[in-house]
Write a protein that binds this ligand. Structure first.
Ligand SMILES: [Zn+2]
Ligand SMILES: [Zn+2]
Length: 195
């Protein structure tokens, strides 16, 4: 049993036909069209094939379109958290670009005292920044940086779960971690009893 239908082609999902109708929506084809009636149908068919193949990008796109980033387990709005996270990361890096303490403190036009103050200010700001960031993340210990959510197969692919919307849910990283930890436990016991 193969886990992924990686060899799937467009012909498997929308077989060729001789009646000169769009393979996807069955509207009559015109002119030089041979498979699809429009760019929309061609694009949608490609997306559907990638989804069936198990492409994580395409699965994520569909799951996000349906769930809007709301975790199915705890109800956290992962999109909102993502925005805060992205914004926080961006503002820190922007701050560090315009306010580089090493450039400023080495500028000989400033007195030593001012240079020391600049460095102090910079590190105080950083401290405060991470304190604020930690406050935001306290109740949601999700990844800082990468994506905050996973398109999760309710029944894992390895156990026969399909790449179908009914078998997919949004899980925040924390709930996903908990789920995979729960699943990993019996596996460990099985492995231990093997020896
Ligand atoms: Zn069409
Ligand atoms: Zn959650």
């Amino acid at each position: 049993m193969s886990r992924y239908k990686s060899n799937l082609t467009l012909d498997d999902i929308y077989p060729s036909r001789t009646d000169h109708l769009c393979r996807r929506c069955e509207k009559p084809l015109t002119g030089k069209q041979t498979k699809w009636c429009s760019k929309d149908c061609s694009y949608a068919a490609f997306e559907e094939m990638m989804f069936a193949k198990g492409s994580s990008t395409h699965i994520r796109r569909e799951v996000f379109a349906r769930d809007n980033g709301i975790c199915a387990n705890c109800g956290i709005d992962c999109e909102k958290i993502q925005r805060i996270s992205d914004h926080a990361n961006q503002s820190l890096s922007e701050f560090e670009t315009v306010f580089n303490p090493y450039d400023l403190s080495s500028n000989k036009n400033h007195s030593l005292e001012i240079r020391q103050q600049i460095i102090h200010m910079f590190f105080e700001y950083r401290k405060q920044f991470f304190k604020d960031a930690r406050k935001i993340w306290k109740d949601t210990p999700l990844n800082f940086g990468g994506s905050c959510w996973q398109a999760d197969h309710i029944l894992e692919v390895i156990h026969g779960g399909k790449h179908e919307m009914s078998n997919l849910q949004t899980l925040c990283n924390l709930c996903h971690k908990q789920k995979t930890a729960k699943m990993a436990r019996p596996k460990k016991i099985n492995q231990a009893t093997l020896f």
